[in-house]
Design a protein around this ligand. Sequence first.
Ligand code: PMP
Length: 428
Amino acid sequence: MKCTQSIALHKEAEQHIVGGVNSPSRAYKGVGGGTPIYMERGEGPYFYDVDGNRYIDYLAAYGPIVTGHAHPHITKAIQNQAKKGVLFGTPTAQENTFAKMLKQAIPSLEKVRFVNSGTEAVMTTIRVARAYTNREKIIKFAGCYHGHSDIVLVQAGSGPSTLGNPDSAGVTKGTANEVITVPFNDLANFKEALRLWGDQIAAVLVEPIVGNFGIVEPDDGFLQAVNELAHANDSLVIYDEVITAFRFMYGSAQQLYNIEPDLTALGKVIGGGLPIGAYGGRVDIMEQVAPLGPAYQAGTMAGNPLSMASGIACLEVLQENGIYEELDRLGEKLADGISRAANQHGIEITINRLKGALTVYFTNKTVRNFADAQATDSEKFGQFFHLMLEQGINLAPSKYEAWFLTITHTDKEIDETLVAVERAFAKM
Ligand code: PMP
């Protein structure tokens, strides 16, 4: 596969854009290096790069593109809105339409507010929870990514009795002291954190299905116990559904597990590919937000007409019957095929899959938390990634990410992918 144009563009990018990329995950650091491929065009499940190569896409832009690239219904909605103007700085009717659609899908969103990214959505839920509870600390789960606001760029110490260390330069020790990180799926550690810091915990921040150290589902009863223990402690529960909302089912993770948080952060899929975030929850909590309450949050681009049009159109597509069942069927077929190929070639893998999203870990152990995911073989993943890319299969360049199917993937793309997997494993 020839990638001369990508290589040239990346050399140029490195002169002008820090690290040559506008988000670090796009660099190929996690896969042993290489030049990121510069895409020119997407159509359904396919990408076409600047050298004219075609790829089957499983990145789906890290989640948002659940309807496939350039979906006609969404494209038309964006075009129609663009002709009428893209930004007004005034309320528009579409904001009401979209807010009602979100509330109908996720009933715990009694009141919502639109923002521009998942980062903003999560950051604001934390501020609102602090305003409501008059407490300052949060508990989060190790390895879960919640955007790049200071407070969530904090990793675990060695256990619940240590406060976090900043994961990023520029995050203060003071901020890190506001976060307690415990392992996912570990109730004993969670209880211990509450025992030690309980009266200071404003909220527990939960990715109800982990998407950021691969796909990891909560153990049976884990989410229920977290809710009960947090509420008994007068702490709020915030669900970060930035990845999970509208990805696994229309009603999001909350409906899948039949459980409700106090606040929810949304992003990714709800924008149909345009920049968006949203947060919402219980009305008495949301009334902390300006102009009604003392917690400030604002945005020039918030609720912008283009993102509203795109998001509404995306949810309209996802309301069609059978969408999630088909994602599940194809996801199962893909996972089964990968497992078979691995068996055949003596490659040790563990696949975590939920419907149309899966992660292939190079390990023979189960993966239930971040430490398990960290212990999987990075070198093998890097090798596999490059062997797949050379065959026109575009995966996320990190062992911690998921393969995301879109509603435009069909048996044809899965079959083609499985041939590539077989060849990759044979070479490994
Ligand atoms: N929360 C989760 C669970 C995410 O996966 C992400 C992005 N990967 C974010 C928050 C941040 O969203 P954004 O990149 O839109 O700021």
